[in-house]
Design a protein around this ligand. Structure first.
Ligand SMILES: CC(C)(COP(=O)(O)OP(=O)(O)OC[C@H]1O[C@@H](n2cnc3c(N)ncnc32)[C@H](O)[C@@H]1OP(=O)(O)O)[C@@H](O)C(=O)NCCC(=O)NCCS
Length: 220
């Protein structure tokens, strides 16, 4: 049986976690062969967790054969930039779902390319995710939720029914978003925040109940 080659773009902590996740997927019958990491900040031909660093963006764009790539970057704008810089049509971005994720209603949930659902994540029904969304460990996503492309939900979050998150949102670890809330694109929900009302684009929210802070965040 033919295995499909898969590499991880980003060899930091999340990259190593996603390498472990793909190993688990393979142990549960996934038809992948993990060939290594790409990361412009790491030395080419070095090894991380026994996987080689194959280069960076140039090597991705030079890949002569079909290659599946997982983006292991949680900061939404950085993730979007990295994806936009990949121009090689040999590169594909699979949806990856850990075997210990309950991905919910197969008929009515929709995931864009590059979606990553990690261990312990639970989804219910009529959930839509744009491309390159990351839902990290043990987060729950309720019915009729829409999550915009490039958004990242960090571990242990609860996103209640009918919530809409715009593109490139970051939801910090342990945050809760109550039902029917709309949060505009490029927003950040701080770790542990409880969002109880709608907020517009570019909001950074902290606290219980969450309020807007004026500080700016460059990454997580
Ligand atoms: C909310 C957040 C986006 C703000 O980041 P920031 O703008 O860089 O904020 P700063 O670190 O400069 O902190 C600004 C102030 O807000 C406070 N603050 C930061 N995050 C907070 C949070 N989640 N809840 C309450 N207060 C918070 C800081 O203590 C600081 O207070 P001070 O001015 O009284 O000292 C960020 O702190 C956060 O929570 N990110 C999510 C991180 C995460 O979940 N990582 C998961 C890794 S797996």
């Amino acid at each position: 049986m033919k295995l499909k080659k898969l590499a991880i773009y980003g060899a930091g902590g999340l990259g190593r976690e996603l390498a472990w996740m793909v190993k688990d997927i393979i142990e549960h019958g996934g038809k992948w062969e993990v060939i290594g990491f790409f990361d412009d900040g790491k030395e080419k031909d070095s090894f991380i967790d026994e996987l080689p660093v194959l280069g960076g963006l140039n090597e991705i764009n030079a890949s002569p054969a079909p290659l599946n790539l997982v983006i292991a970057i949680s900061d939404p704008p950085t993730k979007e930039k990295l994806v936009r810089d990949i121009v090689n049509t040999n590169i594909e971005f699979p949806v990856l779902i850990h075997p210990a994720c309950l991905a919910g209603d197969k008929k009515n949930n929709r995931f864009g390319r590059g979606t990553v659902l990690t261990a312990g994540v639970i989804l219910t029904t009529r959930i839509q995710m744009g491309e390159f969304v990351l839902i990290n460990l043990a987060s729950t996503i309720g019915h009729d939720v829409n999550i915009g492309k490039f958004s990242s939900v960090m571990p242990g979050c609860s996103i209640s029914g009918a919530v809409t998150l715009g593109e490139r949102c970051l939801v910090g670890t342990g945050a809760r978003i109550l039902q029917n809330i709309i949060i505009g694109e490029d927003s950040k929900v701080g770790a542990g925040a409880v969002v109880t009302r709608n907020f517009g684009s570019g909001s950074t929210l902290i606290g219980v109940p969450a309020v807007k802070t004026t500080s700016h965040v460059e990454g997580v």
